[in-house]
Design a protein around this ligand. Sequence first.
Ligand code: KDG
Ligand code: MG
Length: 402
Amino acid sequence: MKITDAKVIVCCPGRNFVTLKITTEDGIYGLGDATLNGRELSVASYLTDHVVPLLIGRDARRIEDIWQYLYKGAYWRRGPVTMSAIAAVDTALWDIKAKSLNTPLYQLLGGASRDAVLVYGHASGGDIPQTVEAVEHYLKLGYKAIRAQSGIPGLKSTYGVGRGAMYYEPAEKDAPPENLWSTEQYMRFVPALFEELRKHFGPDIHLLHDVHHRLTPIEAAKLGKSLEPYHLFWLEDPTPAELQESFRLIRRHTTTPLAVGEVFNTIYDCQQLIQEQLIDYIRTTVVHAGGITHLRRIANLAEMYQVRTGSHGATDLSPVCMGAALHFDLSVHNFGIQEYMQHTDETNRVFPHSYFFKDGFMHPGEAPGIGVDIDEKLAAKYPYHRAYLPVNRKLDGTMHNW
Ligand code: KDG
Ligand code: MG
């Protein structure tokens, strides 16, 4: 089954997406997401200029060999650009293989380990009452797990706090906005937020919180400890994780479960975190961590150490990634939860899909392949628009985030 064509489609139906479409000699095509938020065109170029020429004429069925060829053959290993490009090829090839066998992808990954995939949504507000309201809204929609973020009193804007009721877009067009940060104000505020949420909603709903890498390990340890009475499902990215051993310090002080890994791109980024059981959930996802092939490897390592998966699923990961992630989630034994930030209708129209949400759970559907398509004509109506993630500065102007 020779690959006859591969092309990169860049579009911006509300936000930028990069999609790889691989076509084989018998007319079957597969899709892979290659979106790297704020650096989209670098992956598009990596694919178009360096990878596509190597794909033409190759046997699309040789997924593992092509993965190894692109990873080891480039000489330059790892990194978000390389691994997102490899992920796109890998996802498209799994899509093709499943379509050629006329089966939904999860059946090739060992079949369903569960009936449906637990997801969490994003509730946020400018202050505590607004965040309470947002959580209530998600509960009414049927969500069983909800991430709660709130604006911090005294800080003009805080990253990760959505602007609308349902759709939250982290990137901003044209130039990166700058947020101001105060660890002291944040640390004082967050326990009060969760105290209020537990008062309103009781002990049963799963509550999550994302720190967005803002704290030092000892600050993170203190926050984790202060949140213990509110028994979070997880505390995410409490500190940047380049220094994996820094999580030992957090672990020594708190039993609040920890989730890390949305910015990781290979198994080496989380090897120590997993093997020393320094985290509870690994958040690597299909598009940024080398595709289905590599994500399964990470999940298998994690399973040995009782670490569960909790893949990233923000809006900058396209519906193609979401579809692929749901097949992975449904099949992998040590699945924990999947993030689900809903895409806008505009995005969904460009990417029609079989996956669906019901009562707090999602399912990839039974369409052959990953079950996500792209309307290329419609996509062409939304040209790329440069956009960036915000940067974060301390009150004195210093760049934050260690
Ligand atoms: O591109 C980065 C965003 O997807 C990310 O910052 C959102 O932290 C995020 C999350 O957990 O969804
Ligand atoms: Mg996050």
